[in-house]
Design a protein around this ligand. Sequence first.
Ligand SMILES: C[S@@+](CC[C@H](N)C(=O)[O-])C[C@H]1O[C@@H](n2cnc3c(N)ncnc32)[C@H](O)[C@@H]1O
Length: 210
Amino acid sequence: MPDPHTDPHGHSTRTSKFRYLRYFGDYWNSPVNSHVLELVQLQPHERALDIGAGMGPAAIPAAGILTQGQVVAIDPSAFMRRVLGIRRLWRRGRRRIRILNGTAESIPVADGSIDAAWAVNSMHHWASIADAVKEILRVLRPGGRMLLLDEDFDHPEHKSHKPGQTNPHTMPSEEDLIDLLNSSGFSNVAAKQSTVAGNPVRRLQGEKPG
Ligand SMILES: C[S@@+](CC[C@H](N)C(=O)[O-])C[C@H]1O[C@@H](n2cnc3c(N)ncnc32)[C@H](O)[C@@H]1O
């Protein structure tokens, strides 16, 4: 039986929010998040959405790209929002980061107001990927892009993989995720497995029809 008290990283979930402190380095800077900004091709004037932004390994560099736009960083964890709020204080583009309490299933922004949305290593936490996908479609403008990327912690080549350990967060198959995006109304849907910074990842992309 999988241990229900571990997260997909194999980290214990018994020790409340302070467990995050043990993995501060991974959550602070991450090559996977930098890669996502390249994949999503964020433009300086755009309004972006970082879903489950955590401590801001994507939101912080995104704000450095923006000259007129804004990155809305949402996270249900008050601890993560507080760390990001402090972290942005001494960063370039800090005024371009808006931090809000929210979940993928309930995004606190207006319909059609986002050019590009992404989530990194967050999807496996979502209560309902189907509800989240509908909500992301609602907030994207026509032609807006979505990129969901999760490291594949179950993959034997992942640096955090522990043989014999079963991930308690089962994710839908790639085919099911593609079907979900297509049936929800996304266009140009693609799912891809690749390696980023030496770690296997699964990524899912789609656009709101223009
Ligand atoms: C492993 S962390 C990843 C954070 C950041 N994206 C990164 O790459 O470091 C997962 C984040 O998802 C957030 N989260 C949990 N449930 C969520 C939900 N339903 N919607 C959005 N984010 C959620 C957590 O609070 C946490 O900050």
